[in-house]
Design a protein around this ligand. Structure first.
Ligand code: SDX
Length: 429
């Protein structure tokens, strides 16, 4: 990055030259690290709409072009040509693997898919009707109580083992959370299956009969995982980075990311979106919901619509929409009412001045729920599947932050509370 540019800032009658840095792609940044020391002022950016919190070489998003690159590779090409595990290698190590590297990586992940047998008892502490995200936050955080040989973040080998364990075990833990919620026995991973097929098998197999994974669903699941793998400095990734900046162990950091992802404004939107589409029910009720979404007082938003960065289409939604058509067709699910409502809602919204003016387009969560529902997942499993996929992105960003030996993240504030005042005894209040 070249730093030959400066930004001029005038504060309280004094001029300051702030260095600027230019990225490989995207906007230049103004380096304000010395601003407070030199000018005794903070910048103010509560939602981080104009703030670059870090340098990163992992994922690039161009919100105007609707472009998403993992280590420079367009998401559309990866979704068409790659696999989730190959994308995991790419995000973790920066390059597409050779055949030998991929075989070794696949073998390492495959041999870490089982969880410590004692962890089965963790699930017993949860109510059967617990949301699987609650279970995952608890059980993933508890991994730090079991895997003591991969907690030292200063040891590259322990960081690597923790990364393998989480990428490998998140599907197992999510499947266990699902099985526990439906009262069925846990299904062990099968090393003969692909990453996506293994997850489907652990969710839907039962001990009483053979379960053969449908290759259409296996491919669709793998593509869904690729599409959700990483996304620059989104809320949950920023949570993982902030937790990691204190030196917390990797399992605790990923548990923090899962907790943040759960929110309906973030990863929880896929569940909220399908529930919204089901509530709308039929195409003729769409105008009523469009009107609610435009009414500030309604508190209602079209779930699966809008994005902080994409002010044009979300490239993942485009791929997901194609995948939804393909999966439902191949499963013989014709005229799916929810898909019909989704497509008509998209058509109407994209021709409505409110959505056009605010640049609101379907995001990654708009169609994913339709595919997952067709696969047989309850809506409560949609965000856990997002968490499985995003684990590699969280870990890749966490590793990048750790190896940069960054400072602990500690934002300041604009204080608007009471002036200094003396304590008043209760008899005089
Ligand atoms: C994900 O950051 C990431 O990269 C996230 C993610 C990832 O891969 O990690 O891409 C995954 O989280 C996708 C987003 C899923 N969330 C939803 O679908 C929930 C619905 N969408 C919104 O809540 C909203 O669009 C956000 C949270 C996604 C983005 O919010 P911003 O950027 O803070 O925008 P905003 O809330 O300030 O909204 C801007 C305007 C507002 O109107 P005004 O106050 O300017 O008049 O647009 C309106 C909003 O009221 N608006 C919507 C809307 N989203 C924004 N109005 C109706 N329906 C919506 N969905």
């Amino acid at each position: 990055m070249c730093a030959d540019k400066t930004a001029k800032l005038s504060v309280n009658g004094k001029e300051y030259d702030l260095p600027m840095m230019s990225p490989v792609m995207g906007p230049d940044v103004v380096d304000i690290r010395k601003l407070y020391d030199e000018a005794d002022v903070f910048t103010f950016d509560p939602g981080f709409t104009s703030t670059a919190a870090c340098k990163s070489a992992i994922t690039y998003i161009d919100g105007d072009k609707g472009e998403l690159l993992y280590r420079g590779y367009p998401i559309e090409q990866l979704a068409a040509e790659s696999t989730h595990l190959e994308v995991c290698f790419l995000l973790l190590y920066g390059e597409l693997p050779t055949k030998a590297q991929m075989e070794d990586f696949t073998s390492r992940i495959t041999r870490h898919t089982m969880v410590h047998e004692q962890m089965h008892y963790f699930f017993r502490g949860f109510r059967r009707d617990s949301h699987p995200m609650a279970t995952m936050v608890g059980v993933v955080g508890a991994m730090s109580a079991f895997y003591h040989d991969s907690l030292d973040i200063t040891d590259p080998w322990q960081r690597e083992v923790a990364a393998m364990r989480m990428i490998a075990k998140l599907p197992t833990i999510a499947a266990m959370a699902y099985k526990y919620s439906v009262g069925q026995p846990f299904v062990y991973p099968k090393n003969s299956l692909s990453y996506a097929a293994n997850f489907l098998h652990m969710c839907f197999a039962v001990p009483t009969e053979d379960y053969v994974v449908n290759p259409v669903l296996e491919k669709a699941m793998d593509r869904i995982m690729m599409l959700h793998a990483d996304h620059e400095q989104n809320a949950s990734t920023s949570t993982v980075r902030l937790a990691g900046s204190s030196g917390a162990n990797p399992f605790a950091c990923i548990a923090a990311g899962i907790a943040c992802l759960w929110g309906p404004a973030h990863g929880g939107a896929n569940q909220a979106c399908l529930e919204m589409l089901r509530e709308i029910g039929t195409v003729d009720r769409i105008p009523e919901y469009i009107a609610k979404a435009k009414d500030k007082n309604s508190g209602f938003r079209l779930m699966g619509f809008g994005h902080r960065v994409y002010k044009n289409f979300d490239p993942r939604a485009t791929v997901m929409k194609e995948s939804a058509d393909e999966v439902l067709e191949l499963l013989g699910i014709h005229n799916n009412p929810t898909l019909q409502v989704a497509k008509e809602l998209e058509r109407i919204a994209l021709s409505d001045d409110y959505f056009i003016s605010k640049k609101l387009y379907p995001n990654v969560d708009f169609y994913s729920g339709i595919i997952l529902d067709a696969m047989g997942f309850p809506t409560s499993m949609f965000t856990p599947i997002f968490a499985i996929s995003r684990t590699v992105g969280w870990i890749s960003q966490w590793k990048e932050m750790i190896t940069e030996n960054g400072k602990i993240g500690r934002p300041r504030q604009l204080y608007v509370g009471p002036q200094k005042r003396d304590y008043v005894d209760v008899r005089h209040r």
